[in-house]
Design a protein around this ligand. Structure first.
Ligand code: GDP
Ligand code: GDP
Length: 438
């Protein structure tokens, strides 16, 4: 199901990130100027002809140095190579083959992965060929002269590359649950992501038709597949220093829109903030199911602050906790993390649920006999003729009445509560459409 992976390998400053940008389209990877900056592995969706694949920049690979972070980069490169269908080894055509290149070549020859040798910074066509020819000595086959900056030569490189990239057949529509993990920076989103998926092997899959740097992560539990939406957004924030707040809230809005169930993560130590309320408002507006996850519960002084007290404070600040389950977890200790998925399943089920017209009208009849609709100032009483569910995700019920204006906010809320009490709908918003029928 996951797309094939192409690992980009090479020493620092040869142009790996520039090449990744070139292959993955604009404004995706972030180019670092300092050599050897550690970074998370970021998978960039890319395609050539009919082949789709993910490009992963492994970071600057150096062998003969014992600086602290280098083993980590080597580890990353190794992991990337292990899961890759092919690798592009990037070298610098302007400096010629270096000792470091030879070491990497030697290392690559020990791996069974097909390797293409890209000689970068070959802007001038004639000179480029001469520059590239010098790299035959690495023993990795034909050197391809390219310019990652200008894009020249990359076509030939990709033509050759896709011979090694398996074609993925379209996956049929599944019954996966799309989950967005949202929340302010530092509430523990990526810790939760790792708790679900495991740090080392996230299976990623790009989404067609959306921004190309939005990457989802899939995982499975008890036969149910979950698609964690835009996990690139969750991981990526580590590598940008600017505009995090703005960046993440817009990204969160997009993720909410694509989700079935939103995991709204709140920091137990900070409580519900104004930004959390903004996110909550958007979840309701978009009609998404929701589970409220209060994280870092391990860090809360328990004897002074019980779950019950906490829930009450939250309810006053997050009014939708009327219908959304709240769970208190610790991504760090793993406490109750797996239980989140049970609530997600339940919320997803409520969100898709369809109720027959006869059941809806039984509930309505009952509700009206307990508590009749209000009478307007003119003395005429509101009447509900009948109701029917017109759509799901979220469940939407149209109520046909004599005059919608006669049904005030209080009564509307009463009816909604009746539906919830009689029919469940735990974890999902429901919509009532009041339609006047003369
Ligand atoms: P990385 O460390 O391997 O990821 O290298 P970068 O992509 O950050 O590039 C290192 C430097 O080489 C930057 O200053 C780039 O502008 C430059 N560079 C990258 N590709 C090319 C190219 O095709 N031609 C030239 N002349 N310079 C390039
Ligand atoms: P994100 O910005 O929402 O992705 O947050 P991170 O997952 O990067 O976590 C931010 C910080 O909170 C990190 O230092 C984590 O170690 C810490 N953290 C995350 N989850 C927990 C938790 O359950 N308990 C405690 N005590 N700290 C946590």
């Amino acid at each position: 199901m996951a797309l094939p992976i192409v690992a980009i390998i090479g020493r620092p400053n040869v142009g790996k990130s520039t090449l990744v940008n070139r292959l993955a389209g604009e404004q995706t990877a972030i180019v670092h100027d300092e050599p050897g900056v550690t970074r998370d592995r970021t998978y960039m969706p890319s395609y050539w002809n009919d082949r789709e694949f993910l490009v992963v920049d492994t970071g600057g690979l150096v062998f003969n140095d014992d600086t602290e972070f280098l083993p980590l980069i080597r580890q990353q490169a190794m992991t990337a190579l292990a899961e890759a269908s092919a690798a592009i080894f990037v070298v610098d055509g302007q400096t010629g083959p270096s000792h470091a290149d030879e070491e990497i070549a030697e290392w690559l020859r020990q791996h069974p992965v097909p390797v293409l040798l890209a000689v970068n910074k070959c802007e001038s066509p004639d000179q480029g060929l001469i520059q590239a020819a010098e790299f035959w000595q690495l023993g990795l086959g034909e050197p391809y002269p390219i310019s990652a900056i200008h894009g020249s030569g990359t076509g030939e490189l990709l033509d050759e590359l896709i011979k090694h990239v398996p074609q993925v057949t379209d996956v049929p529509e599944t019954n996966e649950i799309k989950v967005a993990i949202i929340g302010r920076p530092n509430v523990g989103k990526s810790s939760l992501l790792n708790a679900f998926v495991g740090e080392e092997r996230a299976i990623v899959s790009p989404i067609s038709g959306t921004t190309r740097d939005a990457i989802d992560t899939m995982f499975e539990r008890d036969g149910q597949t979950y698609r964690l939406i835009d996990t690139a957004g969750i991981r990526k924030k580590k590598s940008i220093e600017y505009g995090t707040e703005f960046f993440s809230i817009n990204r969160a809005f997009k993720a909410i829109r694509r989700a079935d169930v939103v995991l709204m993560v709140i920091d137990a130590l900070d409580g519900v903030t104004e930004q959390d309320q903004k996110l909550a408002g958007r979840i309701i507006d978009e009609g998404r199911a929701c589970v409220v996850v209060v994280n870092k519960w391990d860090a809360v002084e328990k004897d002074s602050y019980t779950i019950y007290d906490y829930e009450k404070t939250m309810q006053s600040r997050l009014h939708f906790t009327e219908w959304a389950d709240t769970i208190f977890v610790s991504a760090v200790t793993g406490q109750r993390v797996e239980k989140i998925l049970e609530l997600v399943n339940q919320a997803a089920e409520s969100h898709k649920r369809r109720v027959s017209t006869s059941v809806i009208n039984e509930v309505l009849e009952d509700a009206v006999s307990w508590h009749s609709p209000p009478t307007s100032r003119g003395g005429r009483q509101g009447r509900i003729y009948y109701g029917t569910q017109v759509s799901s995700q979220p469940p939407t019920i149209a109520l046909f009445v004599n005059d919608a204006k006669r049904f005030n906010e209080n009564y509307r809320r009463y009816i909604e509560r009746q539906f919830r009490q009689q029919l469940g709908f735990k974890g999902t918003p429901i919509r009532l459409l009041w339609r006047s029928k003369k």
